[in-house]
Design a binder for this molecule. Sequence first.
Ligand code: UT7
Length: 364
Amino acid sequence: MVIFRASYQFHKMNNTKIAGLGFYVPEKIITNHDLEKLMDTSDDWIVERTGIKERRYVDRKTETTAILARKAAERAIADAGIEATDIDFIVFATLSPDYYFPGSGVLLQRELGIAEKGVPAIDVRNQCSGFIYGLSVADQFIKSGMYKNILLVGAEAHSLGLDFTTRGRDVSVIFGDGAGAVILQPESNPKKGILTTHLHADGRFAEKLAMLSPGAHAGIHGNGEKYGITGDEEFETVIVNEKMLEDALLFPYMNGKYVFKFAIQKFPEVIMEALKTTGYNPTDVNLVIPHQANLRISQYVQKILRLRDDQMFNNIQKYGNTTAASIPIALSEARDEGKVKKGDLICLAAFGSGFTWGSALIRW
Ligand code: UT7
């Protein structure tokens, strides 16, 4: 009798660790008083409703989203003690890409001088939740053993596409430019690194916080008339047209109150989801780093979860809402200030356009 012995090769699943991080914000500081000169707004209104005092804007002659990303990435690469050529995968989260297509991931790859290596690059289009979505994607690739040095970046150059008249004041005063980057590597200790990630979306609210044009929707989701699209002309260009330009419909739109209401519900919910999954309580967390949407939102979340001041990190006062960049900027800055230490339990959470939301729990 011949006995066949099957040979199974088990792949030991690693955790993912943040091996390096860095951020870059443009040098140009724009205060609330600077915005007062452009539109009917006030420092008092902005500070009271959002907590923001100033934000950074790119140098229009030298900086784009991909270039901000490269500056942050260079710092993260140095922090991890690796070379750009060691990177085997790029994940780029942004809502303000350099081009409609291709994504900014390939531009970052070129900027880093590693294009000849053919390193793959994907763009993540999940707005304020982009970094958490990107982190979860990267985590799966590390766990599966496919990649060993992933560069994940969140970057935005909002100031190149905002309406700086009174018409756009509810949106324009909130957003700022910047980039944050992390290097992700395998972590063999199962109690360290990314312990869990949680992603959610609800497309019923897609148009509550959105930039609908330019876009290939042809008015089909119910916005045709407003955007001057009838669908009657077979070869009419609908991605962008003169009416959109004339009526200033190429700017982001936000129903602020609606977004706010959901945000203060979903942030605590998704943070608790990460804690419950891993058997922790809010008191166990050393630092919660929320997407910097609005200081009032963070304060609500802190109150609902009964977190102490030292458990909550906010830097929106200095940078405004930098969307996909806000969490990696905040994480970098918190680490640099000594607020993220070895062994700490760190919770990241985001909510925003889509609607999309998510969380990640990390043992540092
Ligand atoms: O990161 C992605 C997720 N985004 C968010 O989480 C944003 C969530 N929403 C918010 O942060 C807030 O809703 C805003 C900060 C956007 C607005 O604050 P609000 O307390 O909801 O104000 P509002 O929209 O109800 O506006 C109150 C008033 C209005 O005037 P009337 O109608 O009361 O006369 C606005 O026209 O404030 C006016 N207003 C402004 N006034 C001065 C709106 N924007 C401005 C402005 N300066 N920049």
